[in-house]
Design a protein around this ligand. Structure first.
Ligand code: S3P
Length: 452
């Protein structure tokens, strides 16, 4: 589906964004291998997290989905009676089968577009004494899996896959694993998490060293489920326990979804938004730091801690932004928000240089190439570099026809760029927003209603 958007003056209002994708995945996974019933409030009902649910159902885990005040909807694809479309958030109950209770699925598991599902689940599958095949869509089949399969093999799993085991589909046969000490070649929370999950099934401790600190939701949640896990500077040590114990989880709003509206409020004149109940785990707040460095007026309000995760309301206002240099340790903390940062940079004064971000090339799309093409199509002066991009701010972008490359974050970033552009923009293939934020365009319309 194509989306036509016109430049607008401002956005105003107060909204909440759907639940954090990374936390939703982890809650479902740990719930499935814990003893007891894990109740997850605010679970993100977007395609990626539904893929995780589907995989565990296929391994015998009972999962019940309830929409607030609207009764229970069971089955693989919720019927959603009484709704125009599936609500974005639900209460999900996972009837845990314990560490050793998963059963061999009847056929291959499919993760759709979800890199988090395939990588983290590979860690769990490496600990099972049955063989599983795991695959996904065309984008997943292109993404690098060797970064996970290589260390899992070092732990004792046997894994085959396309391209010598470095691409999906993967065939994973687990069994007796041994803990390893492993230095991650790149800061990747998905790889770290896969190894920690495998470590639950290993003999001896698993020690992982990260070059830079990546998101630590797995560590926080594992601890809450009773795992023996601790961090000393850049090293995380996990020692197996007999069992994990189910618990109640409240998922905060996803800062990666909030980021689109924060950037929009900063670049559009006369704008002010408050986004309520957003996770502000410091491993995820690079976008706030970067926008503030650019001169953004962003305030953190009503800060609190829920399930060990920092949560707050975030207020952003129109701000005269200026170009900055971004690279080094901030990159893992802003990795998913670099496309929207590029949009902010395109309407800032001066030059923005983004470096050390070559990982963007192996996300759902090549996000460096996709943003350079998209923003150039809207009149931005932007140049691709090997590990990032250089953007010269311009007074006002111009509408045009642009491509999402089927990547949810590219579609949403270009939508915000379109709001700041003069005239009309057509973005092709925006259905992909349902990967992480099905109601994105409705939320945008809601904020615009109180704007212009
Ligand atoms: C994620 C980690 C990041 C991020 C992805 C979600 C996670 O990937 O880009 O959207 O939930 O662990 P990498 O670990 O590959 O950096």
């Amino acid at each position: 589906m194509d989306k036509i958007l016109r430049g607008i003056q401002s956005i105003r209002g107060s909204i909440s964004v759907p639940g954090d994708k990374s936390i939703s995945h982890r809650a479902a996974m740990l719930g499935a291998i814990a003893d007891g019933i894990t109740e997850i409030e605010g679970f993100l009902m977007a395609e990626d997290c539904l893929s995780t649910i589907d995989c565990f159902r296929k391994m015998g885990v009972e999962i019940e989905i309830t929409y607030e005040n609207k009764g229970r909807i069971d089955g693989e694809e919720p019927g959603c009676e009484g709704f125009d479309s599936r609500p974005e958030s639900a209460v999900v109950k996972i009837f845990g089968r314990g560490l050793y209770g998963l059963k061999k699925p009847d056929g291959p598991l499919c993760v759709g577009n979800s890199g988090t599902t395939i990588r983290l689940l590979s860690g769990i599958l490496a600990g099972q004494d049955f063989e599983t095949e795991i695959t996904g869509d065309e984008s997943i089949k292109k993404r690098p899996m060797g970064r996970v399969t290589w260390p899992l093999k070092l732990m004792g799993a046997s894994i085959d896959g396309a391209d010598g085991g470095s691409r999906a589909p993967l065939k994973i046969r687990g069994g007796r694993l041994k803990g390893i000490e492993y230095k991650l070649p790149i800061a990747s929370a998905q790889v770290k998490s896969a190894l920690l999950l495998a470590g639950l099934y290993a003999e001896g401790s698993t020690i992982i060293e990260e070059p830079e600190k990546s998101r630590d939701h797995t560590e926080i949640m594992m601890k809450a489920f009773g795992a023996d896990i601790c961090r000393e500077s850049n090293k995380i040590r996990l020692t197996p326990v007999e069992r994990l114990t189910a618990r109640k989880i409240r998922v905060p709003g996803d800062i990666s979804s909030a980021a689109f509206f924060l950037a929009a409020a900063c670049i559009l004149p006369d704008s002010e938004v408050i986004i309520e109940n957003v996770g502000i785990n410091p491993t995820r707040t690079g976008i706030i730091d970067a926008l503030r460095l650019m001169g953004a007026d962003i305030q953190i309000l009503n800060e609190r801690t829920i399930n060990g995760e920092a949560v707050a309301d975030i207020k952003a206002k129109s701000s005269g932004l200026k170009g900055i240099e971004v690279g080094g340790a901030i990159i893992p903390r802003i990795i998913d928000e670099i496309p929207i940062l590029a949009v902010a940079a395109a309407s800032a004064r001066g030059t923005t240089v983004i470096r050390d971000a070559a990982e963007l090339r192996v996300k759902e799309s090549n996000r460096i190439a996709a943003m350079v093409e998209g923003l150039s199509g809207l009149g931005a002066r932007i140049k691709e570099t090997a590990d990032g991009m250089e953007i010269q701010g311009t007074n006002r972008l111009k509408g045009g026809r642009v491509n999402s490359f089927g990547d949810h974050r590219i579609a949403m970033s270009l939508a915000i760029a379109a709001l700041g552009a003069e005239g009309e923009t057509i973005i092709n293939d925006v259905d992909c927003v349902k990967i992480s934020y099905p109601g994105f365009f409705d939320a945008l319309a809601e904020l615009n209603k109180f704007g212009d």
